[in-house]
Design a binder for this molecule. Structure first.
Ligand code: FES
Length: 110
């Protein structure tokens, strides 16, 4: 659903620096939004390992080249562009993707 008519959330992290990520709450849903080479990807901010947030410390959880997202709890690594876990304790599981749209540098659920 296009929810662009609602007020934007004050935690909107855009614009994101290239190859970084940030947490944001959109319509009550906690997301990790990641930039990888200029493309944005959004996932529920829940690690499949234990079902807790990926970023209890805060800040970007992206690798230097933006290709991976690393959980700050036990270092599981996820492909930024698919959410698939490729290393760590939940190997083979995936982050749950969330469709978003961006309007005027503001994130909305799609
Ligand atoms: S909670 Fe993410 S790796 Fe353990």
């Amino acid at each position: 659903m296009n929810d662009a008519s609602k007020d934007p959330d004050s935690s909107n992290p855009l614009p994101l620096a290239r190859n970084t990520s940030a947490s944001v709450t959109v319509d009550g849903l906690e997301l990790i939004v990641a930039d990888h080479n200029g493309e944005l990807y959004a996932y529920e901010n829940l690690c499949p390992h234990v079902g807790e947030s990926l970023d209890p410390i805060g800040g970007s959880i992206s690798s230097e080249d933006g290709s991976l997202l690393r959980c700050q709890r036990h270092a599981a690594e996820f492909l930024s562009h698919t959410g698939e876990c490729v290393g760590g304790p939940c190997l083979g599981e995936s982050l749950r993707p969330v469709p978003i749209i961006v309007v005027d540098q503001t994130i909305y659920l799609d």
